[in-house]
Design a protein around this ligand. Structure first.
Ligand SMILES: C[S@@+](CC[C@H](N)C(=O)[O-])C[C@H]1O[C@@H](n2cnc3c(N)ncnc32)[C@H](O)[C@@H]1O
Length: 256
């Protein structure tokens, strides 16, 4: 697994990892967590009825399903066919109209006109810098003036301080081995995941650019966003150095 050693990033790791094995490993990231965060965004007035919302990328649609169940006008996009199939099953009873699109967050097939775009649960920083910026620019393009962008990223410094280099456990009879490390050369947080059941061994990589508060503030500014809030957890607590999440709310400035 040379990639893990070198910190090489954009070799398409995100195309391989987001499948059934990912879902098994992250099953604790569930609907309850999605509901808590969306209720916070609704209570604080960031999400309002009649607004056009894009969950970008939506994964299995846990946030999308919640929004549709409450009659919000929401859509989802993701690259993973396996996760989109799950999302389709979850959302088809909530809406007659198809709400899901397959696409790459760098090249979304949508025109402008969204009031709020959600990028949730560390779905950012997967690429090299130019492509990470491209994602942000595309989000800006798709928003209407005054529209909001919610970026839910990890608080990198907190995670690096608390990094657990190795983990071993069993899930549904499969052995899971996880190695985590910070690669200072590429400034990326790397995770190697091995899932084995007898002689069936599958290996995956996760590679996230270490974007800190100042990096994201600068990227938002360059894309044209004003940062109007920074939150540290899904229940809405204020961000500080011990927060596990770093959730930025950006507003697309209206040109006077
Ligand atoms: C950590 S998951 C989060 C999914 C969802 N937001 C949630 O909270 O459950 C990251 C998602 O990004 C999607 N993804 C990864 N690379 C992508 C790309 N280049 N374009 C679109 N989606 C991508 C994956 O398929 C996966 O569903």
């Amino acid at each position: 697994m040379k990639r893990f050693e070198t910190g090489a990033s954009d070799d398409g790791w995100y195309r391989r990892w987001f499948n059934r094995d990912y879902l098994k490993l992250y099953s604790h990231r569930d609907d309850e967590e999605a509901g808590i965060f969306l209720n916070f965004l609704i209570d604080r007035g960031y999400i309002k009825y009649a607004q056009k919302i894009l969950d970008f990328p939506c994964g299995v649609g846990r946030h999308l399903q919640y929004l549709l169940s409450k009659n919000y006008n929401a859509y989802g996009m993701d690259l993973s066919t396996e996760l989109l199939n799950e999302a389709r099953k979850r959302t088809e009873s909530e809406s007659k109209e198809s709400r899901l699109v397959r696409g790459d967050i760098r090249y979304p097939p949508f025109k402008t006109g969204f009031d709020i775009i959600l990028n949730l649960f560390t779905s950012f920083g997967y690429f090299e810098d130019d492509d990470n910026r491209l994602v942000l620019n595309e989000i800006f393009r798709m928003l209407s003036p005054g529209g909001k962008f919610v970026l839910d990223f990890i608080n990198i410094d907190f995670h690096l301080r608390n990094l657990i280099p190795e983990d071993d456990f069993i899930i549904e009879g499969a052995k899971v081995k996880i190695n985590r490390k910070y690669n200072s050369e590429s400034d990326r947080l790397m995770k190697k995941i091995e899932i084995s059941r007898e002689d069936d061994i599958r290996q995956y990589i996760e590679s996230i650019k270490c974007l800190r508060r100042s990096d994201l503030m600068e990227m938002f500014k360059l894309a044209g966003f004003k940062v109007i809030d920074i939150i540290g957890s899904y229940d809405g607590s204020t961000f500080n150095e011990d927060s596990s999440r770093m959730i930025l709310i950006g507003e697309k400035l209206c040109i006077a």
